[in-house]
Design a protein around this ligand. Structure first.
Ligand code: PMP
Length: 386
């Protein structure tokens, strides 16, 4: 009678990963642990298809966001924040805290930014970097990065991608040129608790050669723990010490990354696309509307507007009683929508259970639905192995 944690992170953790997490703690500079850590770093580079640099340290996604900014942009320089919601906006106070000049382009919640607006803004100033959230967890919108990357790189800025709700489910390839050979992602960052399928606790980030060069050009950065120069030696030779790494989380991460790479990114991307399509078709069959239109809706989570008369707290409480945990919506959507995660180690069987229970709860709350129709819509896209 396990609960299914279908919030947009943390996400369900597989038994293999829990077993790895529970292994006996070794010393953090023990050569046996160093080998595991090194392997984890190498797999991170493989995931992002880069030979440049990757860092995996204790912290959450927000620390990785901070590492991306402090290591590339300095006080007085300009950053353009492209925001698709709550987490895109987080870069604004974060950068301001370091004295960085910030401009913002915000999409209407549920929509993508207008690329023309970005092109125009990039003509107004010389920007050191641009941030984009790959999937904004508040709205379930996937950003149009294939269009944004070439525009940003043509303007001479670094492209920083927040992959917290996307990494290991969507393509994030640091060697891929978008529109031009040199139009590439410079920094990609994430946390462990979403599509990688691990508990929270790790900040994960990769830098391109161009981004590393940007760090080298900054003599000093206003950080110590978040300064990649302090970690470089450890990532290269993990018997070295800078600050104690979370040994057990690294065991779990090594295990989770093996699962990710064994499945392969091509298969993973397809699986997540199917999850997104299937779950939304089922919920639409219940008369509910996703906030984002299908052509911009994310493979990893969906933000679903309630039909008239459904009480948010009661809906989620009744679902939780049935072992299905979903999240409320953020900011102005609080009470009007819920968010369901469908990523990482989540299985089609878990999602199907969720659909059945959502149907039951909607009925209990007086909203007429046909569970069979929703399941049919779901199964047209996904098969469930019993
Ligand atoms: N960016 C995105 C897209 C997120 O979804 C989140 C967390 N939900 C964060 C950043 C912040 O990550 P954390 O909570 O791990 O600090």
């Amino acid at each position: 009678n396990k609960e299914y944690l279908l919030i947009p992170g943390p996400t369900p953790v597989s038994d293999e990963v829990y077993d790895a997490l529970g292994r006996e703690t070794m010393g953090h500079t023990d050569p046996r642990f160093a080998k595991i850590y090194k392997n984890a770093i190498e797999m991170t580079k493989e995931l992002f298809n880069t030979d440049a640099e990757a860092y995996v340290i204790s912290g959450s996604g927000t620390l990785a966001m901070e590492m991306a900014i402090v290591n590339t942009v300095s006080k007085g320089e300009r950053l353009l924040v492209i925001s698709h919601g709550f987490f895109g906006d987080r870069f604004i106070p974060l950068a301001k805290a370091f004295g960085i000049e910030v401009d913002v382009i915000q999409a209407e919640w549920g929509k993508q930014v207008d690329v023309k607006e970005v092109v125009n803004q990039l003509k107004q100033h010389s920007y050191k970097a641009v941030t984009v959230t790959h999937v904004d967890t508040s709205t379930g919108v996937e950003s149009n990065i294939a269009e944004l990357i070439p525009v940003v790189k043509r303007a001479g800025a670094l492209f920083i991608l927040d992959g917290v709700c996307a990494t290991a489910a969507l393509e994030e390839d640091l060697s891929k040129g978008y529109g031009a050979d040199d139009a590439k992602i410079d920094v990609v960052l994430t946390g462990s608790q979403k599509a990688i399928g691990m508990p929270p606790g790790l900040a994960i980030i990769a830098f391109s050669d161009e981004a590393i060069a940007a760090r080298e050009q900054l003599a000093e950065v206003p950080a110590y723990y978040a300064d990649i120069q302090n970690w470089r030696k450890v990532m290269d030779t993990p018997t070295a010490y800078f600050a104690t790494p979370p040994v057990n989380l690294i065991y779990a991460y090594e295990c989770a990354m093996k699962i990710v790479l064994n499945e392969g990114m091509e298969a993973r991307i397809k699986r997540h696309e199917n999850y997104g399509t299937a779950i939304r078709r089922a919920l639409i069959a219940y008369g509910m509307n996703p906030l984002a239109k299908e052509d911009v809706a994310s493979p990893t989570l969906s933000c679903i507007l309630y039909p008239e008369g459904i009480d948010d707290a009661l809906f989620r409480e009744k679902l939780a009683e049935r072992g299905i945990i979903v999240a409320g919506a953020l900011a102005h959507l609080a009470g009007k929508a819920f968010r369901i995660g469908h990523m990482g180690s989540t299985t089609p069987q878990m999602l199907e259970q969720a659909i059945c229970h959502i149907g039951e709860v909607l009925e209990e709350l007086g909203h007429k639905v046909t569970i069979g129709a929703a399941l049919k819509a779901f199964r047209e896209v996904l098969t469930v192995e019993k």
